[in-house]
Ligand binder design. Structure first.
Ligand code: BG6
Length: 488
């Protein structure tokens, strides 16, 4: 894989994702000298605007959504790459506007930052304008459909024009440094690699908590709910990286083959076991970080009878050799106390306690991987408290081996996930993108849960904004003599 100049065509350039994430990330790549000098970025939307107005709009976004002040030198290089094409994405005839920009035969990356319902229209338009060629990659944003059947329709539409090696399905969690670090941690450290199974691990917790609510996206979110918005993609992808077998190498398909096997091992959840294994919640008004916030049903544009979940907790079991009997507990929600994503691996207790006198119940070791914020890795260990004690007894204390990324990699900027992923697309590496069979296996499992919830017809459990979700979520763990880990 090497750098080659490319035409980066950004469909939906005026949308939220493009403005907040994609354009600022491309600019950061430019700043880091990771854009080829001859590359072009062509924004596509429906409105008639001049190139210079487009450049002004992009500048405004970058100033708003990047942390540091604009670097004039980088901006000068970046803005020289920008162009705009006015295309009605549903009208195939209008794609000819792109022809003046795309140089024949050179690498073209088309990013579909649009609703998936028009992915097919975009492909058709590109075809009509005779713009499709072999040296082309398309990037698809989530959600790919709202269930297995609709995801197949979208994937089929795109597959009519592009083959799987040209399709990059984004799950931005796969671009996060700490999520990628799961692979390094597991496979570059024998201390973990050799202790990573049902013999040593009691259970795993994956929490992705957000303090934000719906952020003006009520229409989209109410159709999706937390299960489709977060679990089907982000949480399951984290789970696959924790649970997968060692891949043969780091090639895209070696990794994705192993992730697929995990998704295929997910034990189905259906009407017969939905109550024991899942909790769905919906927030009511409360206080988050000291600020009063409305309930889900009181948000602007809300349909007051909505039963959509804003919180999900699930006990996941994997029917495979490595993880037999080791539950993975997933938890994710909006309007929780803070934005924290963590994976916690609970190791098994020692078979025999030599330290009963000072510690009747010896705590198990825990490995905490802080995905965000305050990124880092922490292991709890039992330690002798220094000091003189008689008759061979020992005082023990639980201590932490804490690797904080900000201390260890001082001065190192943690790149946004989209920077990493856009770079990988331009380099042609599919390892951090989700293959079609993965998306489908994930939907198949999620569909079972959604169907069981639908047929039970029970409303979600209310929880107060600013808390860790409904009490039923605590009960899900308590039933098995476990509890959710709350680090901060
Ligand atoms: C998106 C979801 O995919 O991920 C949002 O649609 C969610 O609802 C977001 O807020 C969380 O991403 P991050 O990177 O802020 O954890």
């Amino acid at each position: 894989n090497s750098f080659e100049p490319c035409d980066f065509v950004l469909f939906g350039t005026k949308g939220d994702l493009a403005r907040r994430k994609l354009l600022p990330s491309l600019y950061e790549l430019e700043k880091a000298n990771l854009m080829h000098a001859d590359s072009k970025i062509i924004g596509v939307a429906r409105n008639e605007i001049s190139d210079s107005d487009y450049v002004a709009m992009v500048k405004e976004n970058i100033e708003k959504f990047t942390k540091e002040a604009l670097c004039e030198e980088s901006w000068a290089r970046f803005s020289a790459k920008l162009a705009y094409a006015c295309v009605d994405m549903k009208d195939s005839k209008s794609y000819s506007a792109l022809k003046t920009h795309a140089k024949a035969g050179r690498l073209m990356v088309c990013y579909f930052a649009t609703p998936p319902s028009i992915f097919g229209d975009i492909c058709r338009g590109l075809k009509t304008a005779n713009l499709i060629h072999k040296n082309m990659r398309v990037v698809l944003e989530k959600p790919i459909g709202h269930d297995l059947a609709s995801s197949k329709v979208i994937n089929d539409q795109v597959a009519e024009y592009f083959d799987e090696t040209q399709i990059y399905r984004i799950d931005h969690y796969l671009g996060k440094e700490t999520v990628l670090n799961l692979i390094a941690l597991r496979f570059a450290n024998s201390i973990f690699a050799t202790n990573w199974d049902h013999n040593c691990i009691d259970h795993v917790q994956i929490s992705v908590a957000e303090s934000v609510g719906i952020e003006g996206r009520w229409g989209y979110f109410d159709e999706a709910g937390q299960m489709r918005d977060m679990v089907q993609n982000h949480l399951l992808q984290i789970l696959t990286l924790i649970a997968m077998e060692p891949p043969a190498n780091l090639d895209a398909d070696s990794i994705r083959d192993e992730k697929l096997k995990v998704l295929k091992s997910l034990r189905p959840i259906n009407s017969s076991n939905i109550r024991q294994n899942t909790v769905r919640g919906q927030y009511v008004g409360g206080f988050v970080k000291g600020k009063e916030v409305p309930g889900y049903l009181d948000e602007p544009d809300a349909n007051v009878s909505s039963k959509t979940e804003t919180f999900v907790a699930i006990k996941v079991e994997l029917d495979n050799w490595r993880w037999a009997g080791v539950p993975f507990y997933l938890r994710t929600g909006k309007r929780l106390p803070g934005k924290t994503s963590e994976v916690v691996i609970f190791f098994k207790r020692q078979p025999h306690n030599l330290f009963k006198d000072s510690f009747p119940l010896l705590p198990a070791n825990k490995l905490t991987i802080r995905l965000q914020p305050d990124e880092g890795v922490e292991v709890t260990v039992m330690n002798k408290v220094p000091g003189l004690t008689g008759t061979g007894s020992m005082d023990l204390q639980k201590s932490r081996l804490n690797l904080s990324f900000s201390d260890t990699f001082k001065g190192e900027r943690i790149a946004d996930a989209y920077e990493k992923l856009l770079l990988e697309v331009m380099l042609g590496n599919q390892a951090l993108f989700v293959r079609r069979d993965e998306v489908e296996a994930a939907w198949k499992w999620v569909d079972g849960i959604l169907a069981a919830w639908r047929s039970s017809n029970e409303p979600p459990e209310p929880y107060q904004a600013g808390t860790w979700g409904p009490t039923e979520s605590i009960a899900l763990m308590a039933r098995e003599n476990r509890s959710w880990y709350e680090s901060r």
